[in-house]
Design a protein around this ligand. Structure first.
Ligand code: SF4
Ligand code: SF4
Length: 117
């Protein structure tokens, strides 16, 4: 179980959640952030700090909700090779040391930019 960041984060990325995560398990893509599903300890601090309510405990997401797709997508971010990378990130052990990843999953990359028809 883990917290999951949904579509509301896309193109917002203010990083309030990063500042409040006690174990530094929220990683930065290009247009969205991703919680590591194995490193997250389910404390909920990030969800309380997000100004756009983008973060949800995965058990609270009904499969009918669009953000439920971001549960599997977070796993894909870490365990499938991202564009331009030869191998998956797997368990980097901390977002600060890794730095911004700079790319997104295909699901997130396909989301229209805000204000774009
Ligand atoms: S629930 Fe806690 S450990 Fe998990 S991402 Fe949020 S702040 Fe970090
Ligand atoms: S606090 Fe919310 S909007 Fe800001 S980076 Fe984190 S998930 Fe995205």
């Amino acid at each position: 179980m883990a917290y999951v960041i949904g579509e509301a984060c896309v193109d917002v990325m203010d990083r309030s959640c990063v500042d409040d995560c006690p174990i530094d398990c929220i990683y930065t893509g290009e247009r969205k952030l991703y919680v590591h599903p194995e490193e997250c300890i389910d404390c909920g601090a990030c969800a309380r700090s997000c100004p756009v309510d983008a973060i949800t405990w995965d058990r609270d997401l009904d499969p009918s909700e669009p953000d439920s797709a971001h549960i599997a997508d977070a796993t894909a971010f870490f365990y499938q090779p991202l564009p331009g990378r030869p191998s998956p990130l797997r368990e980097p052990g901390g977002a600060a040391a890794l730095g911004p990843v700079g790319v997104d999953t295909a699901l997130v990359a396909a989301i229209p930019r805000q204000g774009t028809p």
